[in-house]
Design a protein around this ligand. Sequence first.
Ligand SMILES: [Zn+2]
Length: 264
Amino acid sequence: MSWRALVVVAHPDDIEFGCAGTVARWVSEGAEVTYCVVTDGSTGTQDRALMGEPLARLRREESERAAAVVGVSELSWLGYQDGYVEYDLGLRRDIARVFRRYRPHRFVVSDPGSTFEDRFINHPDHRAVGQASLDVTLTAGTTPGHFPELLEEGLEPWRGLREVWIAGPETNPVAVDISEFVEAKIEALLCHRSQVGEDAEGISERIRQWTSEQGAAHGLAHAETFQVIAQGPGFHPEEQLEDTGADLARAPQDPRAAGMKPQE
Ligand SMILES: [Zn+2]
């Protein structure tokens, strides 16, 4: 049986920028991967004729095509307005609902930090969604007393989570070797034409450059990096990996087994 990963992000193109190469690799290894996009992407343009509903519709199509490139067919949309996400209990509940529905063994989330190195200010939607996603693993995703209305919806707490993967931070990076999947990542990213524009060659070159820089510190041709927090076995001792043969929680300790390399 396969193991499952759930990726939760704020914006329709966040996955392709951050972790689509890793997703392509996991799918090729037999994982079942689901995406959840919290916002509708409706403000991601300088074009006033496009912003709003027309852009939201376009971006949904772009994301579906991008997901298909790496073998993902299930996308869940929470419909928050792009740029207006605030961390509140409603956001936590909505992510918990998806978490309980898809019951991931690996949970990939956005970095909730304020900045990315010295290069970018992190988008406030990323921060809110990243923090709410992390918090779900200790509250509403795993514990029945949080949002009992989820129980009424038939969604039981999920305690089989083994690893949280925070995309992108510089803290204790684990690099996933995406050398065989960098072209798939680029093809997926180029589906977001409304965001990356027409210069496919230029974008492709920048992505290859970026993934090779991320890989260089780890002896890899191309990589995406994550902070990986292993939750088990033993974190929730009553739960077994009943439906998977994958030894997920050993991955960060034995990274080569999962195609990863720790920082040297
Ligand atoms: Zn974003």
